[in-house]
Design a protein around this ligand. Structure first.
Ligand SMILES: [Cu+2]
Length: 122
């Protein structure tokens, strides 16, 4: 029965439903996506969290992140920018814009703080 418990565990980490388990608790090791000043970056919400989850911007320059939720089964039904006090609902399939001009590194996350993305300034 060892294989069965393994499968159950595997399923349980695909969403954060209050258990506090989330596959994207740490930002991925994918290379950051560079945003042009005044530009837009599309961020998809998929089963593993935010893609991309590392975005590089020029310090103090405006950038618009466009979040689109592409999966029903996710706790990422809102995106939260704690440092900026921004919280936006992410209806399924509807692009939601968040405008920023960060002066320092910042981050965004699901309401429970499991799926995380980072915005780094250069
Ligand atoms: Cu979460």
């Amino acid at each position: 029965m060892r294989w069965l418990s393994f499968m159950v565990l595997g399923l349980s980490v695909t969403s954060c439903d209050g258990e506090g388990r989330h596959p994207a608790g740490l930002a991925s090791s994918a290379p950051p996506v560079a945003a042009k000043p005044g530009g837009r970056v599309d961020v998809s919400i998929v089963e593993t969290g935010f893609v991309p989850d590392q975005i590089q911007v020029e310090r103090g320059k405006p950038v618009t992140l466009v979040f689109t939720r592409k999966v029903e089964q996710t706790c990422v039904d809102k995106v939260v920018f704690p440092a900026e006090g921004i919280e936006k609902d992410l209806p399924m399939g509807k692009p939601v814009e968040v405008a920023l001009a960060p002066a320092a590194d910042t981050s965004f996350r699901c309401p429970m703080g499991h799926a995380v993305g980072r915005v780094t300034v250069r």
